[in-house]
Design a protein around this ligand. Structure first.
Ligand code: CMX
Ligand code: CO
Length: 135
């Protein structure tokens, strides 16, 4: 049906500099890039791990999704992102399945990618992001 690759696993952190310092100390890796993604209310850092990434997310304010998550749950695993060639087709399939979506239509995320979130209540309490990476 659709071919999905693991694009990234995202971890919510309260301080990106501290988290990157800890990651460097423990696992010896530098971020490929850092980016403020205003539409998602985050500053993110991407660390390459094989063909996928660890995405560290610091909220831009307490009212953003990641800010709310941090205040309710503390730091930790936030979402899993699956790369797909055609996000419109993948969203169409999810809608046909009656899945609870956060985004009916794709938004713009980091790297200029088109992204859309599937609600954590839909699958095992896990927030899933679909990503169509710009070619
Ligand atoms: N993973 C798993 N469960 C989560 C969750 C997450 N990341 N965030 C919230 N939840 C759960 C809560 O624990 C809560 O569960 P209970 O009802 O059992 O208590 C429920 O979902 C509702 O939580 P809430 O705190 O009331 O939060 P909201 O419903 O207001 O928001 C969500 C949840 C998923 C709709 C919101 O976080 C969202 O819109 N996320 C998509 C956007 C986003 O996360 N952007 C940042 C990342 C950007 C990027 O990756 O580029
Ligand atoms: Co993400």
């Amino acid at each position: 049906m659709f071919a999905y690759n693991l694009d990234h696993v995202a971890i919510a952190v309260s301080d990106l500099d501290v988290a990157l310092g800890d990651y460097r100390r423990l696992y010896g890796a530098e971020p490929l890039y850092r980016e403020v993604v205003s539409e998602q209310g985050v500053e993110e850092a991407m660390i390459a791990v094989g063909g996928s990434f660890i995405q560290l997310l610091q909220p831009l304010s307490a009212e953003t999704p990641v800010g709310v998550f941090l205040s309710k749950r503390g730091e930790g695993l936030h979402h899993v992102a699956l790369a797909v060639d055609d996000i419109d087709a993948a969203l169409g399939h999810l809608k046909a399945e009656g899945a609870r979506l956060v985004d009916d239509e794709p938004r713009v995320g980091g790297r200029g990618a088109r992204i859309a979130f599937v609600h954590p209540k839909e699958f095992a309490g896990t927030l899933v992001e679909l990503v169509e990476v710009a070619q």
